[in-house]
Write a protein that binds this ligand. Sequence first.
Ligand code: ARG
Length: 457
Amino acid sequence: MTKLWGGRFQKSAEQWVDKFGASISFDQTLVMEDLDGSIAHVQMLGDCNILPAEDVQKILGGLVQLKKRAAENTLEFTVANEDIHLNLEKMLIDLIGPVGGKLHTGRSRNDQVATDMHLFLKNRVAEIIELIELFQKTIVAQAEIHVETLAPGYTHLQRAQPISFAHHLMAYFWMLERDKERFNDSIKRIDISPLGAGALAGTTFPIDRKLSAEYLGFAQVYANSMDAVSDRDFIVEFLSNSSMLMAHLSRFAEEIILWSSAEFNFIELDDSFSTGSSIMPQKKNPDMAELIRGKTGRVYGNLMGLLTVIKGLPLAYNKDLQEDKEGMFDTVHTIVGSLKIFEGMVRTMNVHTEHLRDTVHKDFSNATELADYLAAKGVPFREAHEVTGKLVLLCIQRGYFLLDLPLEDLQEASNLFNSDIFDVLSPLAAVKRRNSFGGTGFEQVQLQIEEAKKCLA
Ligand code: ARG
């Protein structure tokens, strides 16, 4: 089959060489964006009197038919036509005749493919932002149920201080809020039209780039045609924002995995988000959380991949840039799937409220209360810390916890202790009294939830 660009060639490449260079196996994902870009381009060519109205109508008719077939999934792509752009152009010419060949007037595949990528990401990022919000709503809904659910808070994965379980969940809300802001902010760098930049230098035809940009709903046009066709920063930025998002999901996934182990036993995942073992009949595995943790690797990989592709590329377009696509498609697919799964997992998980409360009664996570008690009575905190440490040691030696200490032992350690120390030491009081802004005190958590709802409104 002769190539659309075959004029200056005397022999054609062998099929396996064509196959290596072709991108159609993956860039067919851009079929709708490519057709939309062509529709805007040909309309502009008509408006600027570059093509006669009659040709424009024929081309538009063909493109609309192709869109219909694309929606029905009945287009048949071939490696012989290399990529989505040439496949569609060939189909158009086959459909409406040689006039279809006028579509490419004043345009190059270089600005065409860049346009497709901008359109694609603009739409996907909007979807991703919606999915993040949906997940945030689910986190808030769970948090509202668990404001007064006591849970151990950790540092170094050692029990540190008791907290509200809602406070722990809400930490992830705010991470996602930042992710959402980053995606939102990136839109202004995605929402720019490269169309009309041509191969690299613009075109001799009197085109109107602002008009085609307007047809496509782009907010701006690139100011420099060479930058327009070689810029992939917006994709790097998308991959970077996705990597940060996956880091957050992966941390949360790790906690879900820990919490659902027999050792923690803080939650049970719903059967619908768990899997069994082929050999051990008792197993219920948090596979979905593990997969999300694992998929973080491929998203980071996609980011490193593209950063490496663009490093050292001379201006303007180079075929290396064809390597921008698979990682981006894969990342969209991965984060959309991960967000949906995570939302369902958190929405349906069963929180073991009583067990969580029990755990904070069987540890030393109220030791800070004891030290703070003395510090509030004027003892330098460093000294109060030392006294408390000794009391913890005494309890460990005797095999009980701070609340079990007889008052006499406490008073021997410091005459400032009174019987009110036992109220202060209760984990409930410990959480309630941490009422500093952003702290885990119930009032603060409630306020935080109200703030979060405002972000979602
Ligand atoms: N398939 C190509 C890509 O994705 C389209 C642009 C090709 N341009 C060129 N001058 N060969 O990058």
